[in-house]
Ligand binder design. Structure first.
Ligand code: SAM
Ligand code: SF4
Ligand code: SF4
Length: 341
């Protein structure tokens, strides 16, 4: 932390601690709950190359955020591995003194063994790989591309061989779609050291036609798991941890349940998000972002940009998930692939 470092608190006294950076809004999947094919087709206007923040620009913004209190950075998207030389960016971010943790969320398909080693060597510590089912047909129906779960399982092996740890597996559970995959997923990863995180389906964006009836709730997820496993709650690793931790009583490790819809955790939310084109958002469900790219490209100094970010955070009052209702779910919102999941 430099001598100018200050503790940035929002209107609800929440510090700025985490930064999620979307490095691209493009993806090689078309998950129906995130980037449905009928919208994200060849007519869709993705961010053009010159509008994307360069790695140099991202690193500069990250340093400014680190001075304001950010300690953890997660790279996401879209599919972050679509960005060439991502390891180069990780290296720059990991070199920032006060950044304690750089992580990555990916669908895994582009994670070759070589790339996993390259990312690890660059300073990536841990990784989250998304996998919603082990069932071939269900996987294809969700991702809506001609890929099955095989390459994702392979990516998990590559991550492990490269020494990335812990490996977390994100499984979004959508009612009527993949709840029957909860137990097979738990069985596969039980005792493996990998942590499956079961996530309630959220109303991010507005293209997935979310409705409350599609949410398979945290309680239902837990009940399903308890049909087969004896689980006990585990203490959170830190304040604001989004996943509620559960431990297998037989020593088979742990799992997490992220109940963003039915048990919101806004009061501890310390996350800011930077879109691929450099807009700052203070909530996953925000409708407006603050453009930092034009400041970066028009010669603003670090001090000035820092003051802009500090002011945006100081005014932050977000708590969307605590006020969610059927009426709010149809409000226009930024797509998750753009804002960064
Ligand atoms: N493409 C990468 C991936 O899928 O891991 C990173 C970006 S993705 C937007 C980040 C995470 O958000 C993934 O684990 C994905 O499953 C999750 N996600 C996307 N849409 C969601 C939704 N509607 N509800 C809950 N989680 C969602
Ligand atoms: Fe792509 Fe990830 Fe969204 Fe699926 S969840 S469409 S893999 S960005
Ligand atoms: Fe944070 Fe917004 Fe999610 Fe609440 S709804 S936890 S404020 S990102």
């Amino acid at each position: 932390m430099t001598e100018h470092a200050v503790q940035s608190l929002d209107t609800r006294s929440r510090p700025l601690r985490d930064l999620r950076i979307s490095v691209t809004d493009r993806c090689n999947f078309r998950c129906t709950y995130c980037m449905p094919k009928e919208v994200f087709n060849s007519d869709y206007q993705f961010t053009s190359r010159d509008q994307l923040l360069s790695f140099e620009e991202i690193s500069r913004v990250a340093r400014i955020f680190a001075d304001l209190g950010v300690r953890k950075i997660r790279l996401t998207g879209g599919e972050p591995l679509l960005r060439k030389n991502l390891a180069g960016l990780i290296e720059r971010l990991a070199a920032i003194d006060t950044i304690e943790d750089v992580s990555l969320t990916t669908n895994g398909v582009l994670l070759t063994q070589e790339r996993a080693v390259e990312l690890k060597d660059a300073g990536l510590k841990r990784i989250t790989i998304s996998l919603d089912t082990l069932d071939e047909a269900t996987f294809r129906a969700i991702s809506d591309v001609d890929v099955g779960p095989g390459p994702v399982l392979q990516a998990i092996e590559h991550a492990q061989a490269a020494g990335l740890a812990p490996i977390k597996i994100n499984m979004v559970v959508k009612k009527g779609c993949n709840e029957d995959s909860i137990l097979p997923m738990a069985r596969l990863f039980h005792g493996s050291g990998k942590i499956v995180r079961f996530i309630e389906y959220m109303d991010v964006g507005h293209t997935n036609h979310w409705n409350l009836g599609d949410v398979y709730t945290a309680t239902q997820i837990l009940d399903r798991l308890r049909e087969e496993f004896d689980l006990e709650p585990a203490v959170p690793n830190y304040t604001g941890e989004v996943a509620k931790r559960w431990r297998y009583r037989d020593g088979g490790g742990e799992l997490g349940i992220i109940a963003s819809v039915t048990q919101p955790f806004c009061q501890d939310c310390t996350r800011a998000r930077l879109s691929a084109e450099g807009k700052l958002y203070t909530c996953l469900f925000a409708t407006q972002g603050r453009d930092l790219r034009h400041l970066l490209r028009e010669g603003a100094g670090d001090k000035y940009i820092s003051e802009v970010v500090r002011m945006v955070w100081a005014k932050r009052d977000d708590r969307y998930s605590e006020t969610r209702a059927s009426e709010t779910s149809i409000l226009p919102k930024i797509e998750m692939s753009y804002i960064g999941g």
